[in-house]
Design a protein around this ligand. Structure first.
Ligand code: 4AD
Ligand code: MG
Length: 498
C-alpha cells in the first residue's frame, strides 16, 4: 500500500491506494474519483477499457465517503491537486457509504459542529489539523533544542492558579478538586529542580463567554526558566514563535494554500523582530486619533465592499439559469464565497461601533478586552509584545516592576490582524514575604499554597515563564476566524458533544 503523499517517488509505477471517495463524476466510459487517504488527495481515472465491466460498474456505485482500494499507474499531471493522477487498473470496493450528510453545498456551522466527527474529513479541516500537528511538533523541537526538558503538571489540582472565577470543580474522593487552569505553579517547582522546563498539556477554564477565542478545554505550552528576567522571557517567546511560524512555512505550504492563508504575514512574522510596547503605550495607541480614523475608514470600506459584492451576487444569480454545467458549478462556488464574505462584513459592521466606543472610552488600569486586542492588533502585521500591565488586573504571582510598583512585570504576545493574545507570561515574585502578602490580598487560602511558598524558602531565584495557547496560535497561523476549528473536538460553552 502506498500513501498519496508518497506518490512523487513512484512516478510511472503501479501502486495501490486505500482511502475514501472525496468526490466523483462520471462520463460514459470514465469515472473520475477524487480519493483521499488522510495524507492528501489524488484524482483516480477509472476507465472502462482498463478495469473491465465489473470493476467499472462497482466504481460507479461509489457515493461520497465510500471506502475503496484502487490500483493503478502513477502519472504526473501538474493540473491535478497533488500533482499526480492514478490511471486505474483495478478497483476494489470496501464499503459503499450511506448518503453522506456533509455535501459540497453550504452548511451552517451548527450543523457542521454537530457532525464534527465527520467534518474532520473535509479539506479545510484536514489542512488545519495537519498544521496543528506541525506546530505541536515544532514546539517540542524548539524547546528540546534549547535545552529544556518536558515535564507534566497534574490535571487534578487542589488550588487555583489563574483566579477563582473560571475553575471547574470536581470530586476527588472525599475532597474538592479542580481541573487545572495552568501548569505554571508546578512548572516553577520543576524549574527549580531542572533549570529550564516546559509543560504541554490540556488546561481548563469554566469560561462563560461565547467568543471566537474561548474554549473550556485547551492545550497550553508553559516554559518556566530559573534565572530568567522579563526581557529574557520576551526574547524566548519571540524566538519560539518565529521558529514555529518558520517551520509551518517550510513544511505546510500546501495546507496553508488550502486554507487560503495570506503567507506574506507569516513570512514577516518569521523574519522581523516583534514590536515591544508597554501597556501604557498600548493604551495611548488605543485612544489615539489614528485608531479612531482607522475604524472610521474601515467602516466606509466595508460598506462599499458590501454594496459591490451584493451587485455581483445579483448578476451571477441571473447568469445561473442559462449557464452551462461547468459554469453553474463555478457560480455556486462563488455564491458560497460571497455569502461567507457578506457574513463577515456584516459582523464587522455590527462590531465597529462597539470597537469605537470601547477604544475611545478605555481607561488606564483596565485589562484589555477582546475588542481592544482586536483593534490594537489590526494595526500590526507582526506579533506585538505588550509588557508591564497594571498589577491590579494580573495574577497574584507576578513580580512588580521595581521602577513602578503599580505595574506587574507581565508580558502578553498579541497576534496581529486582529487575533489578539496568544501568550501570557511574567517574571515571578521571588520574595516569600511579598508573595504571602499577595496571597492574602487575593483572598487565596494560604495553606493550599504552602508547597508553592516553599520554593521561596529554599534557594529562591529570579525566574520567569509564559503560557502559549495552542488553539489560538493555530487559529492565527491558519487564518481561521474561530478556535472551534483548531482542535479536533472543541469544548466550549454549550458544546460537549460529539
Ligand atoms: O494568560 P493566561 O491565563 O496565562 C496563564 O495561564 C499563565 N499561568 C501562563 C504562564 O505564565 N505559565 O493563559 C495563557 C494563554 C493565553 O495567552 C491564551 O493563548 C490561552 O492560554 N488561553 C486560552 N485559549 C483558549 N481558550 C481559553 N479560554 C483560554 N484562556 C487562555
Ligand atoms: Mg492572559
Amino acid at each position: 500500500m502506498t500513501y498519496i503523499n508518497q506518490l512523487s517517488s513512484h512516478e510511472d509505477e503501479s501502486v495501490t491506494l486505500k482511502g475514501w471517495v472525496y468526490n466523483s463524476r462520471s462520463s460514459k466510459a470514465i469515472h473520475f474519483i477524487e480519493l483521499r487517504d488522510g495524507t492528501g488527495l489524488c484524482q483516480c481515472i477509472v476507465a472502462l477499457d482498463e478495469v473491465g465491466e465489473e470493476a467499472f460498474e462497482a466504481a460507479g456505485t461509489l457515493k461520497q465517503e465510500s471506502s475503496v482500494e484502487i490500483t493503478g499507474k502513477v502519472v504526473k499531471d501538474d493540473r491535478s491537486v497533488g500533482g499526480y493522477e492514478l490511471h486505474a487498473s483495478g478497483v476494489k470496493v470496501i464499503q459503499v457509504a450511506e448518503n453522506y450528510p456533509i455535501t459540497p453545498k453550504d452548511h451552517g456551522v451548527e450543523f457542521l459542529m454537530e457532525n464534527r466527527h465527520l467534518w474532520l474529513r473535509s479539506r479545510r479541516q484536514w489542512a488545519a489539523m495537519q498544521v496543528r500537528n506541525t506546530i505541536q511538533f515544532a514546539i517540542h523541537r524548539f524547546f528540546q533544542q534549547e535545552g529544556f526538558i518536558q515535564m507534566d503538571a497534574p490535571i487534578f489540582t487542589g488550588n487555583a492558579a489563574e483566579g477563582t472565577t473560571t475553575l471547574f470543580e470536581t470530586e476527588y474522593f472525599d475532597e474538592k478538586a479542580y481541573l487545572t487552569q495552568s501548569g505554571q505553579l508546578y512548572g516553577e517547582a520543576m524549574a527549580m529542580a531542572h533549570g529550564k522546563i516546559y509543560t504541554f498539556g490540556p488546561t481548563f477554564r469554566a469560561e462563560k463567554s461565547k467568543t471566537r477565542r474561548h474554549l473550556t478545554e485547551f492545550w497550553m505550552i508553559e516554559p518556566e526558566m530559573a534565572f530568567y528576567d522579563l526581557d529574557m522571557n520576551m526574547d524566548l517567546a519571540e524566538k519560539m514563535l518565529q521558529f514555529v511560524v518558520k517551520t509551518v512555512l517550510d513544511e505546510k505550504r500546501a495546507e496553508l494554500e488550502i486554507l487560503e492563508r495570506d503567507i506574506s504575514v507569516l513570512e514577516k512574522a518569521a523574519a522581523e523582530p516583534f514590536k515591544r510596547i508597554s501597556y501604557t503605550e498600548a493604551v495611548e495607541q488605543l485612544k489615539s486619533d489614528k485608531t479612531a480614523n482607522m475604524l472610521e475608514q474601515m467602516e466606509t470600506d466595508r460598506k462599499e465592499e458590501l454594496e459591490s459584492i451584493q451587485t455581483e451576487l445579483e448578476e451571477i444569480k441571473k447568469e445561473h439559469g442559462s449557464a452551462k454545467k461547468w459554469r453553474k458549478a463555478q457560480i455556486d462556488q462563488r455564491i458560497k464565497e460571497i455569502h461567507a464574505r457578506i457574513d463577515q462584513i456584516e459582523e464587522d459592521l455590527r462590531n465597529i461601533p462597539v470597537w469605537k466606543k470601547s477604544a475611545a472610552g478605555f481607561e488606564w488600569g483596565a485589562d484589555f478586552g477582546g475588542s481592544d486586542e482586536t483593534i490594537l492588533t489590526m494595526q500590526y502585521d507582526t506579533p506585538v509584545m505588550v509588557h508591564r500591565y497594571p498589577a491590579e488586573v494580573k495574577a497574584f504571582y507576578m513580580k512588580r516592576d521595581p521602577e513602578d510598583e503599580s505595574l506587574a512585570l507581565a508580558l502578553d504576545v498579541l497576534a496581529p490582524e486582529g487575533y489578539g493574545e496568544i501568550v501570557g507570561g511574567s517574571q515571578r515574585e521571588d520574595s516569600l514575604e511579598i508573595l504571602q502578602e499577595r496571597i492574602a490580598e487575593h483572598d487565596l487560602p494560604e495553606d493550599l499554597f504552602n508547597w508553592y511558598l516553599d520554593l521561596r524558602k529554599f534557594g529562591s531565584v529570579p525566574h520567569s515563564g509564559f503560557g502559549l495557547g495552542l488553539e489560538r496560535t493555530v487559529a492565527w497561523i491558519c487564518g481561521l476566524t474561530h478556535v472551534r476549528e483548531t482542535i479536533p473536538f472543541p469544548r466550549m460553552l454549550g458544546r460537549l458533544r460529539p
